[in-house]
Design a protein around this ligand. Sequence first.
Ligand SMILES: [Zn+2]
Ligand SMILES: [Zn+2]
Length: 251
Amino acid sequence: MKSIIEKDLENLSKNLYLESPDLWIEFLDKVNSGIFDELVLFFATKYNYISIIKYAIENNLIDINSKSRNKEFDTIYDHLVYVARQNNYKGFSDYLNSLKNPNKEISLNTKNDKIKSETKNKDINIPSVICQKCKSNIFEVGYIVCENKIFKFSHEENKPVETGKEDLNSVICYNCKSLIKDTTPKDLEALCNITTCINCKNDLRNSGIVDKRNLYYNKKLNKFDLGDTYYACGKCEQAISNQQKDYFKLK
Ligand SMILES: [Zn+2]
Ligand SMILES: [Zn+2]
């Protein structure tokens, strides 16, 4: 009988074969030589095979804190976290998070993770606000909302007493304690609503959704090639999430 990891590698390799035979060959070469590098882990994350990530990390086959080959990310860890979040793989995000915060108890049951993500209620919009400093989703690591307490000296009590409170509209990342710019606690609540644009926070039912298409400049022919179509917020033109697409029954 094959182990879970062997089965998952086999299934992942099938996914890759369909995506690109070139990548598939590169992937097989690496895996057959026992190399679990950023490329292998990237595809394991993209196709939701958490067992492969765990296998590579737990057997010290990769140092995920080493530099990413993708210039947009500092480390391989940051790269994988980004891919997991993009796809809303909650089990992945939790696992990767637990590597940074080992004190937190987290269920690492691969089977449950898979079932959970498959039966996930499509109406739930999993919001994501990424802290610029530590690259965590503040909805996952938590955020701090501050309140100012106002004190005045009281003659009756002969000491300062609280005379009022005011909400500070700032939001602070609980993980690294840095300020999250351009957002308020109210914005964060609105984000949990599936009809809210994840960028400008307007309600998509008011701002509308536009059908857009990318055009790519083709240097050789000096013309623009037609790229993929996508749906975007009518106000800020940011692409809507897959859940929002499902919610509004857009194909
Ligand atoms: Zn942070
Ligand atoms: Zn918008």
